[in-house]
Design a protein. Sequence first.
Length: 183
Amino acid sequence: MNILKDLESKMKNGLEHFKVELRNLRTGRPNPAVLDGVMVDVYGSEVRLKDIAQVSISDARQLLVSPYDPQTAGPIAKGIEKANLNLSPIIDGHVIRIPVPPLTEEIRKDTVKLGKKKAEDAKIQLRDIRRKANDVVKKQKVENEITEDVQKKLEKQIQEMTDKFCKEVDTAFSQKEKEIMQV
């Protein structure tokens, strides 16, 4: 049915958004995705860091940002500082080195709490999508577009899909939690 395809598409989008947010959470290891949300003020406008530089892992405790235009190294370093990621960029010629300090136990726990909140928000979003789909089904029943049997069957399928996506959110979060807590 069209409702189920639409529902699945919206839930997949919600899950993908959650996974992107998880990637932005800092773990003990350097991760270029941490800088995905960094905006840099260059050429008179704000642009995303990943549009003007390449971010890579230099070694076990350091990220390396290579600007496509060497003149943008200064603004890139300022943009990283402004992003409040607790990272201190160091300009080294035409590249920016970012030492990634090990996470303290307290920061790890705070990061896990933030991840839990994001997971709960994602599940709330999934349940809201479910509610809207159920409303559409009920409306179709009231307008005699579908029978009561079809309504019950659709509501059951909607609930099963919601459960499946909520479980995927939990799985993704528990994997991220292990990464964050790993010393």
